[in-house]
Design a protein around this ligand. Structure first.
Ligand SMILES: *[C@@H]1O[C@H](CO)[C@@H](O)[C@H](O)[C@H]1NC(C)=O
Ligand SMILES: *[C@@H]1O[C@H](CO)[C@@H](O)[C@H](O)[C@H]1NC(C)=O
Ligand SMILES: *[C@@H]1O[C@H](CO)[C@@H](O)[C@H](O)[C@H]1NC(C)=O
Ligand SMILES: *[C@@H]1O[C@H](CO)[C@@H](O)[C@H](O)[C@H]1NC(C)=O
Ligand SMILES: *[C@@H]1O[C@H](CO)[C@@H](O)[C@H](O)[C@H]1NC(C)=O
Ligand SMILES: *[C@@H]1O[C@H](CO)[C@@H](O)[C@H](O)[C@H]1NC(C)=O
Length: 558
């Protein structure tokens, strides 16, 4: 067995550090050691005080032994997520006094021991979600973590939160509890935490949620609720405690609402005394906006921002005119209703949005006629920013006309609609400065484009030329068209930034380039340059850091 013998001799003579490099080639001279997804069954030996980052995620490690990490005294980041860890020796982390981030998520820990975390005095981020513990033990596993800033825990089997479980933590930036199967919450358990900037909780039971909210009334600044179903009107009584909260922002994600429960929730939210912002993402509404009860609320004096993204309303085409909320909206300054199949904003509602400055209705179903109705005279009187990207607009002239009375409108995004040819003359809002027409199938520009613009994005159309006179224009985005020449500098004398990447330019002269007197940024990459010339011009004309990508692409495209 000479071969085998030689192997043993070799293995012994290798220093442990070299052995580590063999298992994990990235652990060479650098301080970070990335051994993720290497099929490891154990934490490799040979870790030293040189290492500050150790990534062992997505291996098959089952057990962490007391000596595994003993020498790694300078570790700041230890990533052990997505292994099969079911046991950790009590003393495993004793040497890790400098550790700032510990990720043990998605393993198989059936219980947590306070002893593990006892010496982690610098720990700021602890991720222990996605294991199989059903509770946090009898006391607090976190009481030594004086510097903890974010904590993410819970899993589908997590059932119980006890008093004392969070003892020792007073201030958190983020606390995220995955408690969809929580069945016991001992009142007071979360009360010891004095301030939580962002509290995220997934939970199914409204009664438990209510008990938790009671303990967070004065501590949670941003409260985010996930996965709960509000479908029983009677349960909304339990939720009324929320109206005593000092939260400034409340978010709902993957939450279910019905016509029976919306009035109750709106009533409660209107009462939350410091609430500025309400957000709903990926929620479902069963109903058509014909609320079963009246909303019994006075308008909130603090609420300003409403964000709804991807709300699914199965019978959206039956949705009502939202009469019931007309009295509640006049102070809103910022509304986003994105990807929600909005096909109309009732004129009466638009007229009530007296303070609105920002409206994002992108990715909806607004057409030319419904926009005309939605933006009726007197609607959105203070609007500055309007996003209608990705709707069903097709009449360019009518779109401009419908909005032309919005005297405060500065920014209009109507990208990703399907306009095709545009007319020669149009009416626009008088003060429009930013217009986004990217991906709108426009083959040729005309004097319809308003001359007040400072920023124009007309990328990804079918333009063969650009010869508009836009005296105030500072930024021009022409990427992904068919242009063969640079625009004429004399008609856009104030241009500071131009993107003309992905067109059909063959070359341009140094004089042409220099005729843009104020130009600071040019991206002319991905064209058909004859490159040796062009790169020299660019280098001569601009300080290098200003146009590195265009010069680089120029050279590589030879
Ligand atoms: C380690 O490498 C993997 C795969 O290349 C990568 O996804 C991961 O982000 C790296 N880890 C760190 C901490 O950079
Ligand atoms: C606690 O964290 C802060 C940064 O959040 C850091 O400046 C401080 O040094 C840390 N304290 C300890 C004991 O690690
Ligand atoms: C959730 O809890 C119930 C009993 O409270 C249990 O039957 C069910 O298996 C749990 N679900 C999971 C994913 O553990
Ligand atoms: C609304 O405000 C009025 C006057 O301040 C008050 O009398 C009334 O009770 C309030 N209604 C609700 C539902 O809070
Ligand atoms: C408008 O909405 C689209 C899609 O949601 C987004 O990509 C774009 O950045 C928004 N435009 C502005 C000016 O915010
Ligand atoms: C114009 O809209 C598109 C999306 O439709 C976006 O990717 C692009 O960044 C916008 N342009 C500017 C200048 O903001």
């Amino acid at each position: 067995r000479p071969l085998w013998a030689m192997y043993v001799v070799l293995a012994v003579s290798l220093s442990e550090e070299q052995a580590l490099k063999q298992v994990c080639p990235s652990c060479d001279a650098t301080q970070s050691c990335n051994c993720s997804s290497m099929g490891l069954d154990f934490i490799p030996s040979g870790l030293t005080d040189k290492i500050t980052l150790l990534d062992l995620a997505r291996n098959r490690i089952k057990h962490i032994r007391a000596h595994d990490l003993q020498q790694a005294v300078n570790l700041r980041t230890l990533l052990l997520q997505s292994n099969k860890i079911s046991s950790i020796d009590e003393d495993s982390f004793v040497s890790l006094g400098k550790l700032e981030l510990l990720d043990l998520s998605n393993n198989r820990l059936a219980h947590l021991s306070p002893r593990w975390f006892e010496h982690l005095v610098s720990l700021q981020h602890l991720h222990i979600h996605g294991n199989c513990y059903s509770d946090l033990g009898e006391s607090s596993p976190f009481s030594s973590l004086r510097n903890l800033s974010s904590l993410h825990l819970g899993n589908p089997r997590f059932s119980t939160i006890r008093q004392g479980n969070f003892e020792g933590i007073t201030l958190l930036d983020q606390l995220w509890i995955e408690g969809s199967n929580l069945s016991v919450y001992e009142p007071g358990s979360l009360k010891s935490i004095k301030k939580i900037n962002h509290m995220i909780i997934s939970i199914r039971r409204v009664d438990l949620f209510s008990a938790i909210v009671r303990d967070l009334l004065h501590s949670a600044i941003w409260l985010e609720i996930r996965e709960i179903a509000f479908n029983i009107a009677e349960e909304m009584q339990l939720l009324s405690v929320l109206s005593l909260s000092f939260a400034k922002k409340i978010s709902f994600k993957q939450v279910l609402l019905t016509d029976a429960t919306v009035p109750g929730i709106v009533t409660i939210l209107e009462k939350v005394p410091r609430l500025v912002e309400v957000e709903m993402k990926d929620c479902r509404l069963l109903g058509t906006g014909r609320w079963d009860l009246e909303i019994q609320a006075n308008q909130s004096q603090s609420l300003r921002v409403l964000t709804i993204e991807k709300l699914s309303i199965e019978e959206f085409y039956l949705f009502t005119d939202l009469q019931a909320v007309l009295d509640l909206v006049s102070l809103f300054t910022k509304i986003t209703v994105e990807n929600t199949k909005v096909f109309l904003v009732p004129c009466r509602l638009s007229k009530q949005l007296l303070s609105l400055e920002y409206l994002d209705l992108s990715a909806n179903l607004l057409g030319d006629q419904s926009l005309e109705h939605s933006a009726c005279p007197g609607g959105w009187p203070l609007l500055k920013t309007l996003n209608l990207s990705q709707n069903s607009l097709s009449d360019f002239k009518m779109t401009a006309k419908s909005l032309s009375h919005l005297r405060n409108l500065i920014l209009l995004d109507i990208s990703q609609n399907n306009f095709g040819e545009i007319p020669d003359v149009c009416e626009w809002p008088a003060n429009l400065k930013y217009l986004n027409l990217s991906r709108t199938q426009i083959p040729k520009l005309t004097a319809c484009i308003p001359s007040t613009l400072e920023v124009l994005d007309i990328s990804a159309n079918n333009l063969k030329e650009f010869n508009l006179h836009l005296p105030f224009l500072k930024e021009l985005y022409l990427a992904k068209n068919q242009l063969k020449a640079l625009p004429d500098a004399a008609s856009i004398p104030n241009l500071v930034a131009l993107s003309i990447r992905g067109n059909k330019l063959n070359s341009f002269s140094k004089e042409e380039l220099e005729s843009f007197k104020k130009m600071e940024l040019l991206d002319a990459s991905a064209n058909n340059f004859i490159c040796s010339l062009c790169s020299k011009y660019l280098l001569d004309s601009f300080p290098l850091p200003l146009c590195p990508s265009s010069t680089r692409v120029c050279i590589t495209k030879v």
